[in-house]
Design a protein around this ligand. Structure first.
Ligand code: ADP
Ligand code: MG
Length: 749
């Protein structure tokens, strides 16, 4: 023991000498001079003394003030100065891989070292960390996994959780676990860092922990909203109440102020702007649906127009474009490459950045461009598994705006009108409250965080307990959790697919049974807004158009047929005419198309289909099989079809009589030659209505209702058995029990 102490002391002395040598070298001095200019440096003393006097502290400050690069360094340096260098282990978590990597590199160079000496990083599948690493930047996920292996984090002296204002799910999870750990490790220090101040919430969660605010500085940033941008182009956007051909209220009207002043390039940009502005959800009456908008409305021409003008008229510098996702980023890049100015590599360097890109590619955006080239990069930091893009909050709009003023005065172009900005939420809801509960429960289980409801009850902000319990019950019924709330094989696959479990189930079985083409369309259709439009004044025409696609007593298969037609039309570049003629939403069809791609790549990642997808569609034309896979996904959304002389009625076990939504293809049938309907959603307006449904036979329900994996069978055996008996089909129920047992022995995912 004494020998060990001696070694550690010698090592600590070496570290101190090395640090002093660097700080006194010419480059070291220059670096220190730069660091001293950062606002965080002025708070160094206050921060270090707060850390030594408190187990938990909260630090906030504007982006760029030096939180991430300086504060972990202050701690490391002060430990080294007090000859405790070899004893300290500082971990700083980042929500994103790219920041863990780029920040560690920056900090190493500020210390005059190479990465992997005293400073290192670790992200999933990659890392740079050596025997002498005492400051480690890692993703939040990595620290959570580390906690699985050692719940006391032996040897770690300081934990810094960065960017907590983002309220990512992993960060919220981590705080619950750390709060638990603090009393067991009284020497451990926890530092929470945040860009925007919501310090009260965090402080009270940690029993009134002290907060330090770093006063910030940024250059002024001029802000333009959509109406200002259009005005610059000579157009004026004014509110109006026109009704368009589809009976939708148009809120915006464009008046040409200066006739034919500009080139045709402006025309398409303006056309785009009108499409953005005319998007019906901009109406204040439908504010609730403001939370979803369609990528179609992003307005690529408008972005091109603005970028072109910046490049022609502005001083050198960088432009940062925030997009909703990878699809849009790559589409825009391809579009810009065809522009004579923006696509000219001697004038503009076009770079892309997205969480799904390789880290080496992502880090290109941090390199200095060669002389003269203006730099453009696209940034989709929002990498949450969210199927529909949503509006950002005012706080993130402000933060993105702030990035334009880091090194010189800047400009910010919002591609939406001011009145839309005014409807944004102040803060974004924390991810833990935004994530669908079923997925959240599966996530907790995959991280082995114990009992779901007990764990969630200790969160900074927890979802409602009743709702959590319902979600757990549902996961048991569909076979993702067993009776003891443990993940089944199916559940483990579902945790790897960031989507609603019912969609995940459908896709998994679609992959196993080689009918992914139609099944991915069905799953995508369930995730976007109904593509079948029914404008009030053209209801009959719209219904007639839909019934042209009607087939197999299934709304889901009806959509598949409509999508296949769209795909053909798209090949002939006639998809807009196709949508117009058939009363289909072009935006929804495009979104379905994009989602299908996303599903395929997710299934490839999980290993359920091979990369050239040779066999995943061999059975795509077997309607009965597809019906069965839909049933597997939508169960327990099931109702019984009771026929009488003239027509039929529908019943579910929980609600009794239910009705079909009027635009369901099954609502127009006087007879449904099947005993069951499976459905996605119930809506309560006076009566209970079922939205989309697919008719299924006894045998399909028997074999595919619930899980076909072994775990958790008892629960849904009882439930499905109950269904069959309730609807007086006891003979079928008996048969079911027998088949089921046989089947469970045969099939396992
Ligand atoms: P915060 O975490 O508060 O947003 P950072 O610690 O990331 O701030 O950055 C502080 C400052 O350090 C930045 O404003 C910038 O001037 C400088 N900086 C950060 N990273 C780099 C880098 N890779 N190269 C050069 N300067 C950098
Ligand atoms: Mg930071």
């Amino acid at each position: 023991r004494a020998a060990l102490e001696k070694i550690l002391r010698r090592r600590s002395l070496q570290m101190r000498d090395q640090q002093t040598n660097w700080q006194e070298s010419p480059e070291g001095r220059r670096m220190l001079e730069f660091r001293r200019s950062l606002p965080a440096y002025k708070e160094k003393g206050a921060i270090l003394s707060a850390i030594s006097n408190n187990q938990v502290i909260i630090i906030s400050g504007e982006t760029g003030c030096g939180k991430t690069t300086q504060i972990p360094q202050f701690i490391l340096e002060s430990e080294i100065d007090s000859v405790r260098g070899a004893l300290c282990n500082v971990i700083c978590t980042q929500p994103r891989r790219i920041s863990a990597m780029s920040v560690s590199e920056r900090v190493a160079s500020e210390r005059g070292e190479k990465l992997g000496e005293s400073v290192g990083y670790k992200v999933r599948l990659e890392g740079m960390k050596g025997r002498d690493t005492h400051l480690l930047f890692c993703t939040t996920g990595i620290l959570l996994r580390k906690l699985l292996a050692d719940r006391n984090l032996k040897g770690i002296t300081h934990i810094i959780v960065d960017e907590i204002h983002e309220r990512g799910m992993n960060e919220d999870f981590l705080l619950i676990v750390l709060k638990d750990l603090l009393p067991r490790r009284p020497e451990l220090r926890l530092i929470l860092m945040s860009a925007t101040l919501d310090a009260e919430l965090f402080s009270s969660y940690f029993g009134g922990a002290p907060t330090i605010n770093i006063p910030g500085f940024t250059y002024p940033v001029r802000t333009h909203f959509l109406e200002n941008i259009l005005e610059m182009a000579g157009y004026k956007l004014t509110p109006s109440n026109q009704i368009d051909d589809y009976g939708q209220e148009r809120v915006w009207k464009l008046n040409k102020q200066t006739p034919r002043k500009r080139k045709s390039q402006i025309a398409s940009a303006v056309e785009d702007a009108v499409r953005v502005a005319d998007f019906k959800d901009y109406s204040p009456q439908t504010q609730e649906s403001l939370s979803c908008w369609n990528p179609d409305c992003v307005g690529f021409n408008l972005i091109e127009y603005i970028l072109y003008n910046i490049c022609e008229n502005e001083r050198p510098g960088a432009v940062l474009v925030f997009m909703t996702g990878w699809e849009d980023i790559s589409f825009l890049k391809d579009k810009l490459l065809t522009n004579p100015v923006l696509g000219d590599p001697s004038r503009v360097l076009l770079l892309t950045c997205h969480g799904s890109m390789a880290s080496s590619e992502q880090s290109l955006i941090f390199q200095e461009p060669e002389d003269g080239a203006k730099e453009t990069s696209y940034d989709a930091l929002n990498n949450t598994p969210c199927l529909l893009p949503t509006w950002i909050s005012k706080v993130s709009a402000r933060q993105r705006r702030g990035r334009a003023g880091r090194v010189q005065p800047g400009e910010c172009f919002h591609l939406y009108p001011k009145c839309v900005y005014d409807t944004f939420a102040e803060y974004q809801l924390p991810e833990i409250l935004r994530t669908p509960l079923q997925s959240l429960c599966l996530q907790i289980k995959s991280l082995k965080l114990g009992s779901i409801s007990e764990f969630l009850s200790r969160a900074l902000q927890s979802p409602e307990l009743r709702a959590v319990q319902n979600a757990i019950e549902y996961l048991k019924v569909i076979g993702a959790l067993d009776e003891n709330e443990n993940l089944t094989d199916l559940g483990r696959y579902l945790t790897m697919l960031p989507m609603e479990p019912k969609l995940g189930k459908m896709l998994i079985l679609g992959a196993i049974f080689n009918c992914l083409d139609p099944i991915s369309t069905v799953a995508a259709g369930l995730s976007v807004r109904d593509p079948f439009l029914t404008p009030l004044d053209k209801k009959d025409l719209a219904e007639a158009a839909k019934s042209e696609f009607s087939c197999h007593y299934s709304d889901h298969l009806t959509l598949v047929k409509a999508y296949e037609g769209w795909k053909d039309a798209e090949m002939d570049h006639a998809e807009y005419e196709y949508c117009w003629k058939n009363f289909l939403s072009a935006q929804s069809m495009k979104a379905i198309d994009a989602l299908r791609q996303e599903f395929f790549s997710l299934l490839k990642d999980v290993g359920l289909i091979d990369s050239n997808m040779t066999s995943c569609n061999a059975w795509s034309h077997d309607v009965h099989l597809i019906r069965a896979v839909i049933c597997y996904g939508l169960y327990p959304g099931i109702c019984s079809v009771m026929h009488n002389e003239k027509s039929y009625s529908l019943k579910t076990m929980e609600d009794g009589q239910v009705l079909l939504y009027s635009n369901s293809v099954n609502a127009r049938e006087s007879k449904i030659p099947y005993p069951w309907l499976v459905f996605n959603e119930k809506i309560k307006v006076n009566s209970i209505f079922l939205r989309d449904s697919t008719a299924v036979s006894d045998s399909v329900l028997l074999l595919f209702g619930g899980s076909i994996s072994k775990g958790g069978t008892d629960g849904h055996l009882k439930m499905l058995g109950g269904y069959l008996e309730f609807f007086m089909r006891p003979a079928v129920a008996d048969l079911y029990q027998i088949i089921r047992r046989e089947l469970d022995d045969l099939i396992q995912i």
